[in-house]
Design a protein around this ligand. Sequence first.
Ligand code: HEM
Length: 190
Amino acid sequence: MAYYWFKAFHLIGIVVWFAGLFYLVRLFVYHAEASQMPEPAQTILKEQYQLMEKRLYNIITTPGMVVTVAMAAGLIYTEPEVLKASWLHIKLAFVALLLIYHHWCGRIIKKLAQDECHWSGQQFRVFNEAPTVLLVAIVLLAIFKNDLPLDATTGLIGTLVVAFAIAIQLYARKRRKDREKQAQQDLMVS
Ligand code: HEM
């Protein structure tokens, strides 16, 4: 029974952790784009984003990560046999990358607060795709385990998912460019 409890809270932790990571990097995008605003809007927005990023990281994202890892430790403690499974070893390699990403986000928060991070909004948008890739890889491994199908159908589904993600990015980029063009035209008219 303990195993199910650990697994349930492992999954809850994952949802919280990823919600935090996705929203956090969205805030980085807005924070970076606030640099193009005139004063005093720029200072006000940057201070607000800084506060939101810190709270989100400390109150949601990091506790989500801690719960995920603590519950995973519980799962392994109650079922140590699972440690022999090769799918878990590969999964742990991806989880290690995710932990590096999490730590990197913490450093970015500090750099943004000191105005020392010069990434553009577009760069943060690309950075925001990394946890999606890790999420897909880790969940597929956790579900299929050693039977992860690597045939043509899976390749096709993977390609479609990637193509869909690229299409969303391109559409968002086009909308952003249209908005910037419109704002410039409005400025010229007034
Ligand atoms: C320290 C890191 C982690 C360890 C040691 C770990 C370990 C485990 C273990 C032992 C199970 C039980 C497998 C079973 O009952 O068959 C499990 C389940 C699961 N894990 Fe993790 N996990 C970790 C992180 C993650 C992360 C970051 C994600 C998602 C991104 C994730 C997604 C899942 C899912 C979806 C399941 C349910 C699989 C199922 O019941 O079929 N895990 N994990």
